[in-house]
Structures are given as structure tokens and as C-alpha cells.
Ligand binder design. Structure first.
Ligand SMILES: C[S@@+](CC[C@H](N)C(=O)[O-])C[C@H]1O[C@@H](n2cnc3c(N)ncnc32)[C@H](O)[C@@H]1O
Length: 303
């Protein structure tokens, strides 16, 4: 078991999953629910709508395309939701490639939120998926999945810990093996963390990764995130569901994590989401005053 000093104590937990940054996990789940039922779906997650409907904060949000009257013209439930759908698909593909071709058998999902990949994807039989998030988020998730009698397709180990604290002991206690290759994912997470926590996370991933390990994460390149404060994505998110994303983002400049990884010998590839829109033939494309303009998906491997 993990010592209580490493565990998220739940002190901010009165609001459950929707407290603080946890509400963003519900936002992404709603986007995945809508994506699941699009006629041209990029990723399917049949669990997503159950999370959204189970939380009082999100129970009234749309979970199906026909519930969004303006459809794709709605900046939040159209374009932004599609962005999350594309991100889900691209990172599903990355993880599956890493285990099936790359040979990793340990998957670590940082800020896993309501990610149901342990239940959705076809993992090798000996794969283990570690889900790291705050205790309130993981206990809400557990309750919903239990209610659905959901069965994971890999060994699944929730690790309730705050990533601003020392999460390494919690992961070790959860059974992470530092001698075996791993694949790591920080999807929709790093810009919520203090820069020092991001730097520590990258350093630690490097330290715990054997040769043949891989990492993907999402970054925002803008040095000043408020430059897009008036963008349709941010204003629609604030107006339609009351979430001020900029207020949840860390305020300080981001570290150059791709540069740090390259300096440690990792091979890195930095892609825009729009690259994948073109590859898949659907998804968001650049527009004026675009909160997605600085988003990058970084893929790294340790040779
Ligand atoms: C935007 S959600 C993304 C969830 C998931 N990766 C996905 O894409 O569906 C961000 C997640 O990061 C988690 N998170 C943010 N800061 C965290 C921290 N300091 N420690 C642990 N988890 C954190 C939140 O609780 C939330 O579940």
C-alpha cells in the first residue's frame, strides 16, 4: 500500500469529480460521448456518456450529436469536441502501437480522468494500465464503472495521487516495474501543472523508462495563454458550461519538455493536431483567433 503522504488526501474533495480541474475530465468525456455517435466517428467510447450523466455538474450536457442544435457550428460541442475526438483516436493509435509493435507492457496514464482505454482497447494479455489522477476523480470513475459492471481488458491499477506531490512512490507501490519497457501518456494535463511539476514529471519518466519505452503528451506553445482569451473555444466553454479553462491553466511559462527529452537522448516528433485532421480526413482545421493554434502533440521514444 501507498503511504498517506503520497496519496491525495481528498482535502479539496467536497465537490467530487467536478471540483477544480476535475471538471475538465467531464468536459472531455462529453466530447468523447458525442464523438462516439457521430456518423463519421474517429473514436468510440461507450462509457463516456455514463460518466457525464452520473455527475450533477454535467448531467445536462449533450452526449449525442443530435443534442447539439447548431451541430459543428457550435464552437464547444462541435469543433472543440471534435478536437478531443481526434486526440483520443491519435493517442489510442499511439498506445496500441507502443504495446503491439514496441513491446511495452506497462501503460501509465497521467491525469487519466475518465479515460476508459483500459476497458475499450485491445491490449496484450499481459499488459497493465496504471491510471493516475486525483482521488475524487478516480473514486467517481470507479463508482460509475462498478455500476456498469464494466470489465477491463488489461490489468488496471488506479493510482490516486496528486501529480504536484511525489507520485513516484505511489506508482512503485502500485506495482510499476522499472526494469520493463513502458508507455506513458499525459493527455490534456501538463498545462494544468506548475512548471516545476511538469519538469519533475519529464525527468522522472526518463529515469523510470528502460530502452524501448515511449511517451506522448499534449503541450501548448504559447508563452501567454491569455492571448486567446476571446477565442470562440474559450468563450463558448465559459458561456455554455461555466468552465473558464484559462483560469484552470497554470499561469507560468511552460518548460521546453521536448527539448529536455531530446537532451536526454529521446527521439522526439512534434506534430500539430491539424496534421492528423488532414491524415484522417476529418477534425478541426486552423481558424482565426484559434485557441488550438499552439497545441502540439509530442511523441517521444527512448532508443
Ligand atoms: C482535461 S482532463 C483530461 C483527462 C484525460 N487525460 C482525458 O483526456 O480524458 C485533465 C485531468 O488531469 C487531472 N489532473 C490535473 N491536475 C492534476 C494533478 N495535480 N494531479 C493529478 N491529476 C491531475 C484532472 O483531475 C483531470 O482528470
Amino acid at each position: 500500500m501507498v503511504g498517506t503522504t503520497q496519496r491525495d488526501t481528498g482535502a479539496e474533495g467536497a465537490e467530487g469529480v467536478a471540483g477544480g480541474v476535475g471538471v475538465t475530465a467531464l468536459l472531455v468525456a462529453a466530447a468523447r460521448a458525442i464523438e462516439t455517435y457521430r456518423h463519421d466517428t474517429l473514436a468510440q467510447d461507450v462509457f463516456a456518456e455514463h460518466f457525464v450523466l452520473a455527475a450533477p455538474a454535467s448531467a445536462g450536457w449533450p452526449t449525442r450529436p443530435h443534442q447539439v442544435p447548431e451541430g459543428d457550428a457550435n464552437p464547444l460541442w462541435g469543433r472543440f469536441a471534435r478536437y478531443f475526438g481526434l486526440r483520443t483516436r491519435v493517442l489510442d493509435d499511439f498506445l496500441l502501437r507502443s504495446v503491439h509493435t514496441g513491446g511495452a507492457r506497462q501503460v501509465v496514464l497521467f491525469g487519466s480522468g475518465l479515460d476508459a482505454r483500459a476497458f475499450r482497447l485491445d491490449w496484450p494479455f499481459d499488459c497493465v494500465v496504471f491510471e493516475i489522477d486525483r482521488a475524487e476523480v478516480l473514486s467517481f470513475k470507479e463508482g460509475v464503472l462498478d455500476g456498469l459492471s464494466a470489465t477491463p481488458k488489461a490489468a488496471r491499477v488506479p493510482v490516486p495521487v496528486d501529480l504536484r506531490a511525489d507520485w513516484v512512490a505511489a506508482l512503485a507501490d502500485a506495482g510499476f516495474d522499472t526494469t520493463a519497457p513502458s508507455v506513458w501518456l499525459a493527455e490534456g494535463l501538463l498545462f494544468y501543472l506548475p512548471a516545476v511539476a511538469e519538469k519533475a514529471l519529464i525527468d522522472t519518466v526518463d529515469r523510470l523508462s528502460t530502452q524501448g519505452s515511449a511517451l506522448a503528451y499534449e503541450a501548448k506553445l504559447e508563452s501567454d495563454l491569455t492571448v486567446y482569451r476571446d477565442s470562440p473555444l474559450y468563450t463558448a466553454t465559459a458561456q455554455q458550461i461555466g468552465i473558464d479553462l484559462l483560469n484552470l491553466f497554470a499561469k507560468e511559462p511552460r518548460p521546453d519538455s521536448a527539448g529536455d527529452l531530446a537532451g536526454k537522448g529521446w527521439a522526439t516528433s512534434i506534430r500539430t493536431p491539424f496534421d492528423f485532421t488532414r491524415q484522417h480526413g476529418r477534425g478541426p482545421l486552423p481558424e482565426e483567433n484559434d485557441a488550438l493554434a499552439g497545441n502540439r502533440w509530442v511523441f517521444a521514444s527512448k532508443p
